[in-house]
Design a protein around this ligand. Sequence first.
Ligand code: UT7
Length: 325
Amino acid sequence: MTPRARITGTGSYVPEKILTNAELATRIDTSDEWIFTRTGIRQRHIAAEGEHTSDLALKASRKALESAGLDARDLDMVIVATATPDNTFPATATRVQAMLGMEKGAAFDLQAVCSGFIYGLSLADNFIRAGQAGNVLLVGAETFSRILDWEDRSTCVLFGDGAGAVILSATAAGENPDGGAGVLSTHLHSDGSLTDLLYVDGGPSSTGTVGHLRMLGKEVFRHAVVRLAEVAEEALEANGLNCGDIDWLVPHQANKRIIDSTARKLGMPSDRIVLTVDHHANTSAASIPLALDEAVRDGRIKPGNLILMEAMGGGLTWGSSLVRW
Ligand code: UT7
């Protein structure tokens, strides 16, 4: 039997500084009421000056390793899903690798914006199934505060900084422990004809500047409510499961109205949804692992639970994953 990838540890980190809606309302023409009713967001964390994506990733990674009972030397691979790397190159993952004191294995970044964690799960799962890695550290880490146009109220109120990490470990060949715990499936999609809906207007090969995030929010919203329900159904169908089998929906946290719409289409009650958008805002690739870690640590997610994750982001990219905890 081919090995299966199990999530054996989780960790997360958010920067100390909290920026509330009320504080934002003193700087731009907005209000707590507008932001909360349109998005479900109350506050976001903002990285300190000199605090980089790799610093957030490192703190989340250390906690994930600790909860998996592993040392960095046990890792074969570090994948950092991020759209806000420390530098154009080298990969932020190689910085994390060095900070963890690893001198072997492979480390690289993955760019699928808000879908980055789901794309990373798929990649890690495939490396493990192919026998090319035994223990993989997968991190979603972002400092979106650095690419926001703080004068643009239609985007700057939506995002925050943070990092979440998981350890994926191979089950021993021929073994099927813990009632089949592991990654059951991942489904990935993209449609590059929709790049103009959500993008950064800079980059090394275009303007030579970092640029700022630009979004046609209404259009992204419209695609999200359709595609996320579709890709969630795709995951259930592929596994011969239905919504009633899911213990927890752990969605990408962009907007509570998008999450509610997906849950409604699936027939998922709100008390089985892990929601962090109120206190983290949209942390892009970090949002799902941040939410996962929160629900694991507070005891909501338990061994044997079936977890459905889904995300959509710039590209557009989108995807889903089903995991038996
Ligand atoms: O993670 C990647 C994926 N990203 C997303 O999923 C985001 C998807 N989009 C959304 O979440 C929503 O479209 C937004 C939250 C961005 C916007 O909500 P909306 O209900 O689509 O609002 P809208 O863009 O239609 O704006 C309505 C009004 C506009 O005013 P007028 O033209 O009707 O007079 C905006 O100028 O709200 C105004 N507005 C604001 N007002 C107060 C836009 N931003 C703000 C603001 N505060 N921050």
